[in-house]
Design a protein around this ligand. Sequence first.
Ligand SMILES: Cc1cc2nc3c(=O)[nH]c(=O)nc-3n(C[C@H](O)[C@H](O)[C@H](O)COP(=O)(O)O)c2cc1C
Length: 211
Amino acid sequence: MADNYLEKKFEEFKSGSRPAVRRTGASLDTLLLRTRSCRGYDKSYEVKMLQLERIAGVCTKVASGRNQQVLRFRLITKGEQADTVLSNIKLGAALSELHLPFPGTEPEAFIVVCSEAEETRFVDIDLGIALQSMQLKATEMGLASIIICAFDKEKVRRELDLPMDPLAILAVGRGSERIEIISVKAGSDLRYYRNDGVHYVPKINFKDLLI
Ligand SMILES: Cc1cc2nc3c(=O)[nH]c(=O)nc-3n(C[C@H](O)[C@H](O)[C@H](O)COP(=O)(O)O)c2cc1C
């Protein structure tokens, strides 16, 4: 190998004369930007079981504390069980005056994430990894989603006849909302809000995240 092989490669990489890796789709930054919590869905689009399987399928590849993999998933498409979930969840509590979701924009497909082990710090970290990974996959597939933890666990477990406790629910569908991030300083009001039909999500700028 020539002496300056690595330097040359690095220069090529820096100058962007050729891509460091072959990108097949949106960058992670773009996916993250698009992965906003969506509370309004286009009901003319029906999410199929295969799509939910692809989304939940990412959980066969993610990290897990002690590699215990205690999370289990109930996939629910449009129908009676979806109606049950819908009647038990709360969306946009901070926007309670709006009574979300608006009629006709309700989500109809859900992934209910359960744990076969008692909830611990490790289980909760696994849960976060699973939920974020599934959201990113949904975004990659052109779908919108939202993580929901505001629901009655016992009622959902009973009404869906789940063999273990549900910890979180991911709603999935084709989004019908305009959602934008706004960069704010640490210490600012972080509550999301709506203006002229746009949903704004304040996010703390990077400099202020550093300690
Ligand atoms: C652990 C967790 C629980 C959440 N539970 C709910 C919920 O029950 N209902 C809801 O409308 N949004 C819920 N959300 C969505 C948050 O409100 C949302 O992430 C936040 O407003 C920031 O918006 P963004 O996801 O677009 O960045 C939850 C998010 C997380 C991470």
